[in-house]
Design a protein around this ligand. Structure first.
Ligand code: C2E
Ligand code: MG
Ligand code: MG
Length: 603
């Protein structure tokens, strides 16, 4: 009698068997000559009219290949191949009519008398179905014939495994590839959910270096090294230890905590060994390059994370090892989070440029220290990301500046700031709008033409705007930067050196840069009301800038005392929180009205 635990075990086995069968992607696929060839040989060797490769699905026998049968499937109920699957044994039925079980089966009723089937068994012990031969007359089989049938079943299985491996092995190194890793990890998670593991991502050579060498030496120049590295790693890890080829000269090894490795320390020790194994690999005198292997280690729990995330985090750790020149690095979620955020920002900015409402310009007043009047405003970009919320320009501008989006970013700012400046100009407000631009913009050959075009479109004189550039952008001594600056100056556009004092220790460049305005960085201004050294510095900066005929603006004025001191030192303009924070257009106009009313009340 079968008791409950046995039934449960059988059910579990059947569940896994079906999963294996489905993962092999054989069911309901078109016929294939490689299977049909085996079926034909079976029919001929046994001199029988019917032969089939029959797979046992949940409630049917489906024929991957068949000779002498018209239909593709029969019900599993009372199908002889189903019994082969259940028992995983060869089944010989010399005469179905003699068998109490099969006598009334649909097979017997269709005129079949003889059946012989050998199990199609996978390496991990699941029987997928049977290689079978059938006849309409009773028949016996010799032992020799049984072994032939088993050989044919083994040939079918070899064919199935070959097909399955196709696309899962790296043709160069013969190692299983990333797709196989994903499948294997899913399997492991099913068998061993919750087990602690470490993914070791091994990268043989820096990808940038690799690409530039491939350009010179040809794309196959690393083939031999990749093969040798795979061999050495596999030998070091031992046969049967999973090693995957996950990229060109990139390998992945999974360590399970149980048995192999107890903790992080051990995983890192193995990582260092593997790195050493590769670093000491002889390259031969002919190889005109050096290897710089690095290993990233990422801990995870089976089933808790998707295999693709394991790949990503291990790769992130590997990248950190490369960037930090440490050789081996443990995954850091903070670092990964930073990378992901950077990626999300760069990716999201394109939408921001197209979506209405994500980007906005705010305006921070600039006040003349001689008259206390507001004489202008700096346009500052704001980004409200749909999921990340408000993102500071200090974070996103440097990222975008290094991408091809630097141009559309500045274009967006120019167009919106000029529309606003034109509105104020029409309404008789004497405000100069200053716009921040990036070094990359000066490399655009049509930059000044575009800017002048926008101004002309709105009938604005060039004196209504000013461009702010940091020292480093202005110093970029390429010809195109110089030409772009000259074109702007020639057109009469005012150029301001932003964040003055933070970039270069040498001031010699001031002679060469065609700027009109110097904006002293707020780090100098912030302390002047309580720090004598800052006062001395500011005093020197202002007097030098004025001697050189620069218009001087102090940024970051946060107190009345600072404002008064700057006035006394002869600074031309001030900008800072004490006067006003960057404001939306409506708030800016309210602020301006209040200030004018205040001023007229005091007069
Ligand atoms: P920046 O051009 O030097 O702009 C001045 C920054 O100082 C602004 O920060 C402003 O809000 C802040 N600030 C002004 N007064 C005070 C003060 O009294 N105290 C303090 N602590 N800070 C003050 P914001 O708006 O975060 O912009 C930061 C930087 O981002 C800007 O520095 C500029 O380099 C860049 N940026 C902003 N908008 C644009 C843009 O449209 N294009 C480009 N290329 N860069 C931009
Ligand atoms: Mg600025
Ligand atoms: Mg600044």
């Amino acid at each position: 009698m079968v008791n409950d635990p046995d039934i449960k075990a059988l059910e579990e086995h059947e569940r896994r068997r079906l999963l294996t069968l489905r993962q092999l992607n054989l069911l309901d696929t078109p016929p294939s000559e490689s299977f049909d060839r085996i079926t034909r040989i079976a029919s001929e060797l046994f001199n029988l009219p019917i032969a089939a490769v029959s797979l046992t699905d949940e409630d049917r026998q489906w024929f991957k290949s068949r000779v002498g049968v018209d239909h593709w499937e029969i019900p599993r109920f009372k199908a002889c191949c189903g019994e082969v699957t259940d028992s995983s044994e060869v089944l010989i039925l010399p005469d179905l009519l003699e068998s109490p079980h099969y006598r009334d089966s649909p097979l017997a009723q269709s005129g079949i008398r003889f059946y012989a089937g050998a199990p199609l068994r996978t390496d991990d012990g699941y029987t997928l179905g049977a290689m079978c031969v059938l006849g309409s007359e009773p028949r016996t089989v010799s032992e020799h014939e049984v072994s032939i049938l088993q050989d044919l079943a083994a040939m079918v299985m070899a064919q199935i495994e070959l097909q399955h491996a196709f696309g899962r092995l790296d043709p160069l190194t013969g190692l299983p590839n990333g797709s196989k890793f994903i499948e294997d990890l899913d399997d492991r998670a099913r068998d061993n959910a919750g087990a602690g593991c470490f993914a070791l991502y091994i990268d043989l050579i820096d990808s940038v270096e690799m690409h530039s060498l491939q350009r010179v030496l040809g794309p196959a120049c690393f083939d031999e090294v990749a093969r040798e590295a795979a061999m050495r790693l596999q030998l070091h890890l031992g046969a049967g230890k999973a090693l995957y080829q996950v990229g060109a000269c990139q390998y992945l090894h999974i360590l399970e905590s149980a048995g192999q490795c107890q903790d992080e320390c051990e995983a890192l020790t193995l990582a260092r060994h593997l790195r050493q194994v590769l670093a000491s690999m002889p390259l031969g005198d002919a190889a005109p390059f050096m290897l710089h292997p690095v290993v990233g280690v990422s801990p995870f729990r089976l089933g808790d994370v998707a295999p693709t995330d394991v790949l990503r985090t291990a790769h992130s750790a590997c990248q950190a090892a490369r960037d930090g020149e440490t050789g081996v690095s443990l995954y850091s979620s903070a670092l990964d989070e930073r990378h992901r955020r950077r990626f999300a920002l760069i990716n999201g900015f394109r939408h921001a440029l197209e979506d209405v409402g994500q980007l906005q310009l705010v305006y921070q007043p600039r006040v003349s220290l001689a008259s206390d009047d507001c004489v202008g405003a700096e346009a500052l970009l704001r980004w409200q990301h749909p999921t990340l919320g408000a993102v500071s320009p200090v974070e996103f501008i440097p990222l975008i500046e290094n991408t091809p989006m630097a141009r559309p970013l500045t274009d967006w700012v120019l167009r919106h700031a000029i529309v606003q400046a034109a509105d104020w100009h029409r309404r008789g407000l004497a405000l100069r709008v200053s716009i921040n631009i990036s070094a990359a913009n000066l490399e655009e050959s049509d930059f000044s033409a575009r800017l002048l075009g926008y101004l002309a479109e709105h009938g604005l004189p060039v004196s209504v705007i000013e461009l702010e550039l940091t020292e480093s952008a202005l110093i970029g001594n390429t010809r195109s930067v110089g030409d772009a600056l000259d074109a702007l100056v020639e057109a009469g556009i005012r150029i301001a050196i932003d964040d003055f004092g933070t970039g270069y220790s040498s001031l010699a460049y001031l002679q060469k840069v065609p700027a009109d305005v110097v904006k002293i960085d707020r780090s100098f201004v912030a302390q002047i009301d309580h720090e004598p050294r800052s006062q001395t510095l500011i005093k020197a900066m202002i007097s030098m800038a004025r001697d050189l005929d620069y218009h001087v603006v102090a940024e970051g004025v946060e107190s009345q005392q600072s404002y008064r001191m700057l006035q006394a030192l002869g600074c031309d303009e001030a900008q800072g929180y004490w006067l006003a924070r960057p404001l939306s257009v409506a708030s800016f106009e309210d602020w301006l009205t209040e200030r004018c009313e205040g001023a007229s009340a005091t007069h």
